[in-house]
Design a protein around this ligand. Structure first.
Ligand SMILES: [Zn+2]
Length: 88
């Protein structure tokens, strides 16, 4: 498996007793990771320096019934994100 940039971080599921990421990886001791989906989402909203692991984002989106675009490089310049109504 290819090394990925160290600014891409996994998201812990937050399940007590399971140190596993949303993408199914076991998080090793002292590895920096997002504490939960909210932590990752708030970092994204604040346009933080770190990026969420695309596989974790996709897994969280799937759990929520959302089709997450895995291409995280595409960033919108729109500074006023609209609240979107769910599509039927
Ligand atoms: Zn991940």
């Amino acid at each position: 498996m290819a090394e990925r940039p160290n600014y891409i971080k996994c998201v812990a599921t937050g399940i007590v007793g399971e140190n596993v990421s949303w993408c199914g990886r076991r998080l090793y001791a002292f590895e920096w990771h997002f504490m939960d989906a909210s932590h990752a989402a708030l970092n994204g909203r604040a346009e933080g320096r770190l990026l969420t692991c695309p596989e974790c984002a996709k897994a969280i989106g799937t759990a929520l019934g959302i089709d997450v675009d895995s291409d995280r490089q595409k960033k919108s310049c729109d500074a006023s994100p609209a609240i979107q109504s769910p599509t039927p």
